[in-house]
Design a protein around this ligand. Structure first.
Ligand code: COA
Length: 255
């Protein structure tokens, strides 16, 4: 059985971490595979949005610590390992389509990086969060820490990283770490994907590029202007106006 399951139904792709016996702990190979999967889905015009979730009771208990002796020994290997972790997080962050993390059970350490790389995080009430890097003498990476900072601010980020303590969904929503709580997080994620599915992909692509640039403090205004122009010159812009005049819902193609 594959350690990562993928499917695409009606434009909503689902990526499922699938090692429930190990609480979906993510191996070195899985970090690399995740980067490829999200990059491929970004290029696939049949995919309108992507949901990331875990099989069974948990989203994921983070990096697979049991293989650290083999793949994350000392500074050199650790660097290589962290490149793979950041490669997955940054590939998710770079997807030009909406991404939603559907969370339940544990969401710890590197798994929090995956969740924070998505546009939205919806958690079941069972969800338990934490970044226990301080229990392993690991410095949480720059890319992940930047995402944490942009979600919760500096003081809450320090509290999470210095203490390594676990916290639940109600606290996670209070500090802005997640943006939704639901009885069934996956069902709520599909509802949110459906809500966005009818909208113009080029609008979402442009909005995401600008907002991610603002969040990172590195907005490329020229690239943003190109996306704005792309939308203005698109068939979808013609369709949007036509549909308005004809009093019917628009049918957007993303071009
Ligand atoms: N890496 C590798 N294996 C993991 C894992 C991880 N991050 N998290 C859980 N597992 C494995 C356990 O070793 C156990 O395997 P076993 O049945 O072969 O012993 C199995 O998953 C079930 O976990 P278990 O620890 O028995 O469940 P629990 O309910 O007692 O505790 C956790 C759950 C998540 C609190 C605990 O497993 C834990 O602290 N995991 C590490 C979390 C962590 O530090 N993540 C950050 C990594 S950067």
């Amino acid at each position: 059985m594959s350690e990562i399951l993928v499917q695409n139904v009606d434009g909503v792709a689902t990526v499922t971490l699938n090692r429930p016996q190990q609480r979906n702990a993510v191996t070195y190979d899985m970090w690399r595979r995740l980067a490829d999967i999200f990059t491929e889905f970004d290029r696939d015009p049949q995919v309108r949005s992507i949901i990331l979730t875990g099989a069974g009771d948990d989203f994921s208990a983070g990096a697979d610590i049991s293989e650290f002796d083999k793949v994350r020994e000392g500074a050199g290997e650790s660097k290589r390992y962290e490149v793979a972790v950041d490669g997955a997080g940054d590939a998710i962050y770079a997807v030009s389509k909406p991404t939603i993390a559907a969370l339940q059970g544990y969401c710890l350490g590197g798994a929090a990086h995956l969740a924070m790389s998505c546009d939205f995080r919806i958690a079941a009430r069972s969800a338990v969060f934490g970044i226990p890097a301080a229990r392993l003498s690991i410095v949480y990476g720059v890319s992940a820490t930047r995402k944490l900072f942009s979600l919760v601010g500096v003081t809450a980020a320090k509290r999470i990283l210095y203490t390594g303590r676990r916290f639940k969904a109600d606290e996670a929503i209070d500090i802005g770490f997640i943006d939704g709580v639901a009885d069934e997080s996956l069902a709520a994620a599909y509802d949110l994907a459906a809500e966005m599915a009818e909208n113009a992909p080029l609008t979402i692509k442009g909005a995401k590029f600008i907002l991610n640039g603002c969040a990172r403090g590195q907005l490329d205004p020229e690239a943003a202007e190109q996306l704005i122009d792309e939308a203005s010159a698109s068939l979808d812009y013609i369709e949007g106006r036509k549909a308005f005049k004809e009093k019917r819902p628009p049918r957007f193609l993303g071009k």
